[in-house]
Design a binder for this molecule. Structure first.
Ligand code: PPE
Length: 308
């Protein structure tokens, strides 16, 4: 991780090295936190954060599902994010807000622990490697099943859920694959460890419905909207692993992964297809501020211009 100058911590910008907590924090012991992954892009109007308010609203929703109250409103966190982007002076950055139960008392109940809220930002390139966007990645169906909706509410981007993701991604990597794909206990395709998944078959685009134990991805929603506007039929329907093997194209979406083609699943070669690349191009145009119709999704950060 590339260090940047400042981190926003509980209302203040502090030096990167000073953003520390005690080893007794509740979130470290029990995974009791919620977080977001957001990207700011370099646009003609300056650094712009993609769908910032939507991400911050999801942070609040995630917290509610863990009986946690984030002590800052969406608007306060939005201002904080702008302050941080300005302070770190990066034209493009990955932004990571996190709220977690802090130091106070241990034991699995959360009573007596303050809620700490922190926002980090640093440069983060292509999530699955520099070549992944053009050449695609290989994926392996994980032997680990996705946590069910009555195990941990998967609609919540909760830190603890990422133990499930970590197992899938590590297993895939140890097997020589770039990424894992998780199925539900019933055998339906759910998602990647940090991405939603789409299949293209006979010109139609299919993605698992939100009831399939997945995170309601903001990139997923964005891509569905953009694809429909391009004239594609997009369905939210259950998929089984055979649908992946027989697909014309498979791709993954996420803030970090953007739109990444999956060129093989379990060594079944699929290749990188035109629909995926068209959606990837369209998405990258939107986030980089090259689309006027979607300018409302870009929250431009005012950076002061040096006086001449
Ligand atoms: N599913 C999961 C499990 C997930 O973690 C993400 C984001 C998505 C879907 C896509 O959601 P969205 O970003 O709103 O389109 N994963 C974040 C964290 C990845 C990480 O390794 O950390 C991300 O992409 O920022």
């Amino acid at each position: 991780m590339q260090e940047t100058a400042k981190i926003w911590m509980n209302g203040e910008l502090v030096d990167w090295a000073d953003a520390t907590v005690h080893v007794g924090v509740h979130g470290l012991h029990y995974g009791t936190g919620v977080f977001e992954g957001i990207r700011a892009y370099e646009t003609p109007k300056g650094p712009a954060v993609f769908r910032l308010a939507d991400h911050l609203q999801r942070l609040h929703d995630s917290a509610r599902l863990l009986y946690m109250e984030v002590p800052y409103s969406v608007e306060e966190l939005r201002t904080a994010t702008h302050d941080l982007v300005r302070a770190n002076g990066l034209p493009a950055a990955y932004i990571r807000p996190i709220s977690f139960f802090g130091y106070g008392s241990l034991g699995v109940h959360t009573r007596g622990n303050p809620v700490e809220t922190v926002i980090m930002s640093w440069p983060w390139g292509a999530y699955l490697g520099e070549e992944s966007l053009a050449k695609g990645i290989t994926a392996k169906i994980s032997s680990w099943k996705r946590v069910g909706p009555n195990v941990i509410p998967h609609v919540s981007k909760a830190t603890g859920i990422y133990l499930n993701s970590m197992l899938a991604t590590t297993e895939a990597e140890r097997g020589g694959y770039d990424e894992g794909i998780l199925l539900t206990d019933q055998g339906f395709v759910a998602d990647g460890p940090g991405e939603n998944i789409f299949v293209v078959k006979d010109g139609r685009i299919v993605t698992p419905p939100l009831s399939t134990s997945i995170l309601p991805g903001i990139t997923r929603a964005t891509v569905i909207e953009l694809a429909r506007e391009l004239g594609y039929v997009v369905e939210e329907a259950d998929l089984i692993r055979a649908d992946l093997y027989l697909a014309d194209e498979v791709f993954m979406t996420g803030t970090a992964a953007e739109v990444t083609p999956v060129r093989a699943v379990d060594d079944v070669e699929i290749g990188v297809g035109d629909v995926t690349l068209e959606l990837q191009r369209t998405y990258l145009d939107v986030v980089n501020g090259r689309s006027d119709e979607r300018a409302h999704w870009l929250d431009v950060v005012e950076v002061s211009v040096a006086k001449v």
